[in-house]
Design a protein around this ligand. Structure first.
Ligand code: HEM
Length: 202
């Protein structure tokens, strides 16, 4: 868990620091995504996947341009596109506008913060996958939610973030992570991805 003093003195544990600084943003995002889409019907689930695709595409592009190989999470938009196709969606949506991603810094910790948000979301995805498998009686595709490559990346990333780091890296990582959460929230609130869900029956 992060303490207020972490900001000035660095973080005793970077993962704990990131969780602490983005906890409220994560709660808002979880609620906004469930309000905008959810996964209680095939059409809801297609909307959820389309939102994820629209939001992730620019973040993946940023990581492809800026992350060194060990901090480059496996892209998941191809898996989301495959799930959408299996659900019968017309096509995956285009990338959402991403001014906050374009404005991300390149300083200490920024890549770590961005990679942590995408990779850490695999933990939530594991829980959502169980719900989707139950509600869809095993018939809905879960290539994205059940992505083993991201879980493997997550395990490797843990070794890098479950340790102390200096104040510049802690602040850079937290600012970047907050920007990525805010970007996802923008996309969820704009309801991007509706188009791709068209044609998927409830
Ligand atoms: C859509 C609804 C979502 C639900 C229900 C959800 C649920 C969860 C849950 C249950 C955890 C904790 C898992 C555990 O500790 O075992 C978690 C962690 C996390 N989620 Fe989400 N999540 C959602 C969306 C997202 C999205 C869209 C992102 C990224 C943009 C995200 C990023 C994260 C991160 C970074 C963590 C923490 C990783 C860590 O412990 O270091 N989540 N989520």
């Amino acid at each position: 868990m992060a303490h207020a003093s972490d900001h000035a003195a660095g973080a005793a544990d970077l993962r704990g620091h990131l969780r602490g600084t983005t906890m409220a943003a994560h709660g808002l995002l979880d609620a906004a995504m469930q309000a905008a889409a959810g996964w209680h019907s095939r059409a809801d689930y297609a909307r959820f996947l389309a939102l994820q695709h629209a939001a992730r595409a620019p973040v993946e592009a940023w990581l492809a341009a800026h992350a060194p190989a060990p901090l480059h999470p496996p892209p998941q938009t191809p898996l989301i596109a495959a799930d959408l196709a299996a659900l019968g969606a017309a096509s995956a949506p285009p990338p959402a506008p991403a001014p906050r991603i374009a404005a991300l810094g390149r300083g200490a910790g920024a890549v770590l913060g961005v990679a942590w948000v995408l990779a850490g979301s695999a933990l939530g995805n594991r829980a959502i996958a169980r719900a989707v498998t139950r509600i869809g009686a095993g018939a809905w595709p879960v290539a994205f939610l059940g992505d083993r490559a991201m879980l493997a990346f997550w395990q490797a990333l843990r070794a890098r973030i479950e340790r102390p780091c200096g104040p510049r890296e802690a602040e850079g990582a937290a600012a970047a992570a907050e920007a990525v959460f805010a970007h996802f929230l923008d996309v969820a609130r704009a309801g991007q991805g509706d188009l791709a869900a068209q044609g998927v029956g409830a």
